[in-house]
Design a protein. Structure first.
Length: 551
């Protein structure tokens, strides 16, 4: 590589399972909002840049459970209804504001009407009413790399049985093959939650998550900054393989203060984990702060649209951030042209920052480095309305940079194999870097239920190793329900309080369905009607095989 270094956005796209869960405030509207404000605009931006002949590249996670929902006929049909409702609401606002003499708000209403009309046209005409093939084409043309994830975003380090990890990963890869016609090269571990190998109290060895990835042919995963910078380099790629992480006490983060660095581990380089098979890339903290920082992150710009204030009739967001700590009642009107001007300035600033960071890193180390700018995809467009435009303009600038080469994560690692092997400590990208967000006083009651379901499926699989007919259908559907009840979204939403009652309801619903299915196996003549009924409610992972739940 003749340039100073490489850059890739790593955007993690995921939403809770919400098919046929109703509408606002929780349910399918989550999907519709993200599709209209984030996924369609992102596709428009990427196709636009690619069609201009710019050498752009981007790394994008699409979780299997999100893909299943985006591809679902009912969800797609409901999405068009949602867009029609938004168009109608904005259209109805125009005469209301004109009558009151609010000419600027009437203009904003027409702005939103036209904006949603454009989204509807892109979805129905440009992408044929299905976003999944649109993403597939971008990957086929080498523009993006699509990263997989655990099937239902299960929080892997806290699962009781390794069979569950295999079920999550195998289901994910089979879903990926169906949607994209190839195998994934990399994976986003849900919540960036990593578990090293360890021994149980009974002396049983449980391998680190990288072992499961290697068995599935996955070569790369991503993690939070502190897991890299707190990891201890333990050798070079040509050196010996390192065994389990020692006698780690389960569910306790390895104290970083106990890790003595032989040399600084850097997020500017990929590293092998435990042995030279699977690599890891860490989030670049400096570029991350430029977006995430509450004090000086771009989304807090006063001229950007205010997310939290909505019109009492239409729900449209007609106001701008205005200033720090400005009460919602005192927000000023939004000006799209002001915001567009700030997008240009912030894209200039970010592109220059990337160039400076990579130049400085090469100057200090003599090495070519990569910046992995890792974010939740839904931040852009949904939470930060102008965020997708900003991504587009950053890519436009870096595509013509003399300093930076745009790449995808797997392409970079393939062309620049790691030279070090790390032992990563246990942790996540949640609060405090631990498992706390998913395992705390408010959520601890969920985990014995999850573990009991894992153990019950283990017994059922042992008893019906070669099931056919009704028993096979029941076990396959039970495997789906196990995956759904394992979703990290349920404890996360309980902890944050964003949708506590909804998440507890969905969790208990899948637990109840799971137990009803396995109760049916205890009958003399098991009926598959129950499995068929639950399949109609979920309609996910049609290729699932309960025997993927194996050690």
């Amino acid at each position: 590589m003749s340039k100073k270094g490489a850059f890739t956005f790593v955007l993690h796209s995921h939403l809770p399972y919400a098919r046929q869960a109703g509408r606002w405030p929780h349910g399918e509207e989550w999907l519709h909002e993200a599709a209209s404000e984030t996924y369609v605009p992102l596709l428009d931006a990427l196709y636009g840049l690619h069609e201009q002949g710019l050498p752009i590249h981007l790394t994008l996670t699409l979780t299997p459970i999100l893909l299943e929902q985006l591809a679902d006929e009912d969800v797609r049909r409901n999405f068009v209804t949602y867009l029609d409702d938004r168009i109608a609401s904005a259209t109805a606002d125009i005469p209301r504001f004109e009558t009151n003499g609010d000419t600027h708000f009437a203009y904003l209403a027409s702005f939103y009407r036209d904006w949603y009309l454009g989204i509807r046209t892109s979805f129905t005409e440009r992408y044929g009413g299905n976003l999944v093939p649109a993403f597939r084409q971008l990957q086929s043309e080498g523009v993006i790399e699509i990263v997989t994830c655990a099937a239902t975003h299960g929080y892997l380090p806290l699962l009781e049985r390794d069979e569950s990890i295999n079920l999550q990963l195998t289901t994910a890869i089979q879903s990926y093959r169906r949607h994209f016609g190839r195998d994934p090269r990399s994976i986003w571990l849900p919540e960036c939650a990593y578990r090293p190998g360890y021994y149980t109290k009974q002396g049983i060895e449980r391998p680190g998550l990288e072992d499961f990835l290697a068995q599935q042919g996955i070569k790369l995963f991503f993690t939070e900054t502190h897991l890299i910078e707190g990891g201890k380099p333990v050798g070079v790629a040509a050196g010996e393989a390192i065994g389990p992480y020692g006698n780690v006490i389960r569910r306790y983060l390895v104290p970083f203060s106990d890790v003595q660095l032989d040399q600084p581990a850097s997020t500017y380089q990929p590293h092998y984990v435990t042995q030279p098979q699977v690599a890891v890339l860490g989030r670049n903290n400096r570029t991350g702060l430029q977006v995430w920082s509450a004090e000086w992150g771009y989304p807090g710009e006063f001229d950007y649209r205010e997310f939290h204030k909505k019109d009492g009739i239409s729900g449209m967001q007609y106001w701008r951030v205005t200033g720090p700590r400005v009460d919602l009642a005192d927000k000023d009107a939004y000006h799209p042209d002001w915001a567009a001007n700030k997008v240009e300035k912030h894209a200039d600033h970010y592109a220059q920052l990337v160039e400076e960071l990579l130049t400085t890193y090469q100057g200090e180390t003599g090495q070519t480095g990569i910046i992995s700018a890792i974010y939740d995809t839904e931040l852009f467009g949904h939470w930060w309305f102008e965020g997708v435009d900003w991504i587009r303009e950053v890519l436009r600038r870096l595509a013509t940079s003399e300093v930076v080469e745009l790449t995808t994560a797997s392409d970079y690692v393939e062309n620049h194999p790691p030279s070090t092997v790390l032992n990563l400590p246990e942790g996540s990208w949640g609060a405090g870097g631990t498992h706390f967000v998913w395992d705390n006083a408010d959520t601890r009651w969920m985990w014995p239920i999850i573990h009991a379901a894992e153990n019950r499926l283990h017994e059922a699989v042992e008893a019906h190793a070669t099931a056919r007919g009704a028993i096979r259908h029941i076990l396959d559907q039970a495997a789906r329900e196990l995956l759904l009840l394992q979703s990290s979204d349920w404890p996360f939403l309980v902890t944050t309080g964003q949708a506590r009652e909804y998440s507890i309801h969905r969790f208990r619903q899948h637990v109840d369905r799971f137990n009803m299915l396995l109760d049916e196996l205890d009958q003399e003549h098991p009926r598959e009607e129950l499995a068929a009924d639950f399949w109609e409610k979920d309609k996910i992972f049609p290729e699932i095989d309960y025997r993927w739940f194996q050690a």
